[in-house]
Write a new protein. Structure first.
Length: 258
């Protein structure tokens, strides 16, 4: 039975895991209450939010009495529980391809993007704060692996081997994306799907963050795909919800092909 009631999304910027359910809700035309959590202020580990998601990670969504976590599973729930355009392809092979890409992004490529992002952005953003306060904030993090990630980001302790492996995966992932988008208009099928929403949230800033690997000459299909997603009204509305410079990176997609 489908749940009824108000939808509230607990999210950070339109980016990565937060951006996935945000953009899905906009594409489906589902009205939702936005509850912004400032990840850099450690809002996600405060008692009010831990009462919603005891793991202390973002995003989470409530629908009536139901509490949902895990961004990709939330996207699939939103697609199935609400009217609006279907965002999982009806053809079984296309649906398999959509799930293949989402799994690849979530488990293999995403963590590498994330490690690079945490080392160049998250760590430096909080590093100058009072060390005792930072230590106390980290001690409040429920998941041990997130405590490790925060400590490494703050002290710049991701090893050269870890960073090199992340760069290797990013380069390989860009190659696979370019190849797939040379075969069809969208990532999984001939229609826009959750795989595109998932992929865009990780890859929208590629031309800015990896300009030597992703640009109009080397990866024309990736650039075509990113610009087509950025041009959608739902994407524009979603990215307007950004509050920091992180979300502004999407404007790189306003540039014309070289
Ligand atoms: N697998 C989870 C991962 C959630 C996750 O780790 N989110 C990050 C932000 S993208 C987070 O909450 N980080 C905060 C922290 O580690 O303190 C999902 O897809 O929802």
């Amino acid at each position: 039975m489908t749940e009824t009631g108000r939808v509230t999304l607990y999210h950070w910027e339109p980016n990565a895991n937060s951006g996935k359910p945000m953009l899905t809700l906009f594409e489906k035309g589902v009205a939702f209450e936005s509850h912004y959590l400032d990840l850099l202020a450690f809002d996600q580990h405060k008692p009010d939010y831990l009462a919603i998601n005891p793991l202390g990670t973002i995003p989470a969504m409530t629908h009536g009495d139901l509490v949902l976590t895990e961004s990709t599973a939330i996207m699939e729930y939103v697609d199935e529980a609400f009217p609006g355009p279907k965002l999982m392809p009806p053809d079984p092979v296309d649906a398999w391809r959509a799930r293949w890409w989402m799994k690849f992004m979530d488990q293999w490529l995403g963590p590498s993007f994330s490690m690079i992002g945490w080392s160049v952005f998250i760590g430096p953003s909080v590093r100058s704060r009072d060390p005792a306060e930072l230590d106390a904030a980290i001690e409040r993090i429920p998941l041990p692996e997130r405590r490790v990630a925060w400590r490494k980001a703050i002290s710049g302790a991701f090893s050269p081997e870890e960073m090199a492996e992340s760069q290797r995966r990013v380069a390989l992932g860009i190659g696979l994306l370019e190849e797939a988008l040379g075969k069809r208009e969208w990532l999984a099928s001939d229609s826009y799907s959750l795989a595109d929403i998932n992929g865009f949230n990780l890859a929208y800033a590629l031309p800015l963050s990896q300009p030597h690997l992703s640009n109009d000459t080397l990866t024309p299909n990736i650039l075509r795909w990113l610009r087509a997603i950025y041009a959608r009204p739902a994407t524009k509305a979603c990215w307007k919800m950004g509050r920091t410079d992180m979300a502004k990176r999407v404007t790189i997609l306003e540039s014309e092909p070289a």
